[in-house]
Design a protein around this ligand. Sequence first.
Ligand SMILES: [Zn+2]
Ligand SMILES: [Zn+2]
Length: 359
Amino acid sequence: MDKILGGIYVGSVVPIMTHVPLKVEYHVSHILSCMKFDKIPEYLVKKGYTLKNIDLNDDSLYFDDIVDLIKYVNEANEFIDHAIFPNEENYNPLEVNFKGIKQKSAIFIHSFKGSNRACFYVICYLMYRFGFNLKQATYAVDRKMINNKMELSDNVLEQLNLFEAMGGRFFDPNNSEYKQWKLTKCNEIDPSGQLSRQMIAKDNNMFESEEDSANTEKVEIDEKDLQVLRCKKCRQHLAKSSSFINHEPPAKTSKESHFFKRGGISGNRIVGVEKSQDMCTHYFVEPLNWMKEKLLTEELLEGKFLCPGCEAKVGAFNWKGSRCSCGKWMNPGIHLQASKVDKVDAIKKQLAIGVDRRE
Ligand SMILES: [Zn+2]
Ligand SMILES: [Zn+2]
């Protein structure tokens, strides 16, 4: 095991299996286990350690490449806080700074090998508690790893980047990039869309939430700039801009920005090339509540979305991905068509509803 910072130790399961007296030798009072135990080692319980087990394998949709570590970040951070900073009045890192406060006890954070998953939680904690950016936090852990080497998997790196994109403080299950990441991963494993469908059926958070995010600061900013898409025909509210999966149109010189027309006997010969359009004709969105039935019950790879108000065709989905007019491939492709919707400010929309009610 290696000492990272103050009372934070990281390592493999070996010290536990070999009954290292962590309390006596390292003043460890808490143990965060990021692995599956068939049975929690009895001696840990007997010796009075405070234990928390994040069972990352406890997922009926378990695949090594899509192990979702980030969804446990908030509880992991809370546990580490209570280990090394017990009895604080306020733990919100946006309000209080614990830099320079003496750590009271020590915690051992371990996974099976201690080189990947345990490091993930330590890195996230340093970002959350001390405001490190991802680069600083990764370096802070890496340079202290002497007995074990840090080897972060692509999956872990992607989730660290997601955490940084969320602000590096709190995991937000409603974050649309996170949902998109999960769906894309599922689709890579199972291009039929079946796995994605199972995953969104199982996890209610995967659908757009009407509730405000836990992070109140963020909500205030969002409210001001929030826009909504509504049906052109019947004005039914279809999506909030906070549910958009934004994309950058590919560079004009790239292959992605050209549409190749194929033909010939094989159907594979390129018979024409068209440049992409400057304007995007698609709004890609996270799975929205009103799409639930369609996305979950259709056993299809692709389908159309009808407006819940007037049944006009307003969009479509394709689990294999779909292409915007700008050329960008999005996977999965859940989109509303720009020509079928109006984008208006959310505030104005509320006023409009007020007028409608008086009529
Ligand atoms: Zn586009
Ligand atoms: Zn409509």
